[in-house]
Design a protein around this ligand. Structure first.
Ligand code: AHR
Length: 312
């Protein structure tokens, strides 16, 4: 007797048939593109009707999209907030309409009763982890650091800067010589790094670049190479996200360390929404994701292989 079993897709429970609006920032980085893909895939797996709005990096577009979701009477809203301020009014409107809002990957400055929960990493900690790695790697040698900041006014730019500064404080041999926004993009990361190199003796005076995300680091690596220097050795490269390309750069010796940020913020967000919509369960106000340091010692080629197919 031959017994055939048919694979029946299993839907994760709780949100089947629900309509969820997702206001995404844009697609400035590989990490964000992966977050979008995973949020959409996870919605499909759970039978959610996901309404997606790309804000093209503008808060006004996000606010407009959220108002649109409220007008449609969606069951829940996800927002990846481009900047940390200016959300109170629209969140109060969602609350008034009894629509739970979950923040994804960035924090905001607003009373926390205006949203259900925030799924994010501890971004100050990420900055500290990057800074601690550099302090250890540099030892007693003098080290001029240049910093590529994320989008001005965004919580990761504010907090990753703060954490890094805390880590190097008290180590007089390390100082941040230059710091400017590269807007979380490769193109801008490269452009700003080129200007840093020009201003710092053709790059010879720079000991390390700290980038608030891997995409800017990848742009900086290109600029360093074009200046005739070796990224990863002449100039150390430390950044945040853990996208596949940075692991390739680490495998080639061109980047030194990254702090991994999961792009799967939607999984915990959907779980929180499902529980809340079922029986009013209130999740913790902050669902914290892990921040893990990877260096060249962690077999970056193997890590790169495991990252493929994870939404990137
Ligand atoms: O908010 C998370 C940050 O936003 C990621 O580090 C970065 O790549 C991005 O686009």
């Amino acid at each position: 007797v031959v017994c055939l079993t048919m694979a029946v897709p299993v839907l994760a429970e709780g949100l089947e048939g629900k309509v969820i609006g997702f206001s995404q920032i844009g697609s400035e980085s590989g990490w964000r593109a992966a977050e979008t893909t995973l949020t959409q895939n996870e919605a499909k797996a759970r039978g959610i009707d996901l309404k997606f709005a790309d804000a093209q990096q503008k808060q006004e577009n996000q606010i407009k999209a959220v108002r649109g979701f409220i007008a449609q009477g969606v069951d829940g809203i996800l927002i990846a907030p481009v900047v940390s301020t200016g959300w109170d009014d629209v969140l109060a409107e969602a609350k008034e309409a009894n629509i739970p809002v979950v923040l994804l990957d960035r924090q905001i400055e607003a009373p926390d009763d205006l949203y259900l929960t925030a799924v994010t990493s501890d971004q100050v900690h990420e900055g500290r982890v990057a800074g601690d790695w550099l302090v250890k790697d540099v030892g007693d040698k003098p080290c001029k650091v240049v910093e590529l900041q994320g989008t001005t006014g965004s919580s990761p730019a504010i907090n990753r800067k703060k954490g890094f500064e805390e880590a190097i404080a008290g180590h007089g041999n390390l100082s941040i010589a230059r710091s400017q926004t590269g807007d979380f993009t490769r193109t801008k990361g490269k452009e700003v790094m080129e200007s840093f190199i020009k201003a710092e003796n053709g790059g010879k005076d720079i000991c390390a670049v700290y980038a608030h995300n891997d995409d800017m680091a990848v742009g900086a690596i290109q600029a360093i190479k074009e200046a005739g220097l070796k990224p990863g050795s002449d100039i150390r490269v430390v950044s945040i996200d853990g996208v596949p390309d940075i692991f390739l750069a680490m495998a080639a010796g061109e980047a030194n360390a990254t702090v991994e940020l999961t792009p799967n913020m939607a999984g915990p967000a959907y779980d929180a929404l499902a529980a809340y919509l079922k029986d009013g369960t209130q999740p913790a106000k902050w669902i914290q994701t892990e921040s893990k340091l990877f260096t060249q010692a962690d077999d970056p080629k193997a890590v790169y292989e495991t990252k493929k197919g994870l939404g990137y």
